[in-house]
Design a protein around this ligand. Sequence first.
Ligand SMILES: O=C(O)C1CCN(c2ccc(-c3cc(CO)ccc3Cl)cn2)CC1
Length: 317
Amino acid sequence: QYAKITCTSRYVPENAVSNHQLSTMMDTSDEWISSRTGIQSRNIVTNENTSDLCVRVAEKLLEKSGKNAEDLDFILVATMTPDYGTPSVACLVQGRIAATQAFAFDISAACSGFVYALSMGEKLIRTGKKVGMIIGGETLSKALDWNDRSTAVLFGDGAAGVLLEASDEEHFLNEKLQADGQRAKSLTSGYIENKSPFYTGAPESSGYLQMTGRDIYDFSLNDVTNNIREIVEEDVDYLLLHQANKRIIEKISKKLNVPREKFLTNMEHNGNTSAASIPLLLDESVENGVLQLGSKQKLVLTGYGGGLTWGSILLTL
Ligand SMILES: O=C(O)C1CCN(c2ccc(-c3cc(CO)ccc3Cl)cn2)CC1
């Protein structure tokens, strides 16, 4: 049996924060942010954690699909901002929706997390599982140094996901998942200090999200473009890349010589939501009719970011 995406949903916190609002909090401007990143606003939690956002997505997937929570065989959550080290966000979601038959775990692959998790979910279906949930969810706002204008203006909170079900039609056509731990320090977040009385080592990083923007930019232009080139086929309808930066997407479309209008974008109103960015874009595009489940539209989903990790999946809806 094959795997098929049968439902999509999303949830973002209602607190929308505009570039202008940020310009009253730190030394930045709407002009700088929107011209350099394409971001105009982002949603920031005021009293929710990552599990709360993911529970809303899970509840909407059940409601939209008519599935019962007990039907679920597994729940995978891709996140770099979990509520706890343990229990996983996936287990918190499993408990809140009472999906008592589902096993559940988180996947840590930063902005490639959703693509990694979708690939793993597809293998679970191909080896016999019937129904699973794949959710990307983040509350990056808790990982940011809100005095560092170079990162605080880039990221947003949100969650979105899909239902994956067994099908006799083949929808997952190709994939290539990659990593490079030798460039791990280019993007770090959430370092946990050891405070035991026996520990003599010095903390090697702050807990805040830190990135060497230039290195990540170059990585995205080079390694990621090569990865997509290996996966893309002539008649791809749309490419849904991790929504990190509008200029990067424009540069990748030029390097690939693939028309810019095939690259869907929504960073304008979400900011960079790491593992949530691709499923947010997928659900918004289904809701606005650009994409239709069951239409056989051919998509490439590409994540890239911390780890370093990157990866693409070629699939039909
Ligand atoms: O000066 C400028 O133009 C600045 C230069 C620095 N910028 C960056 C740099 C890197 C990223 C980024 C982040 C991730 C992690 O999700 C993945 C992929 C990318 Cl390309 C996003 N923005 C903002 C505009």
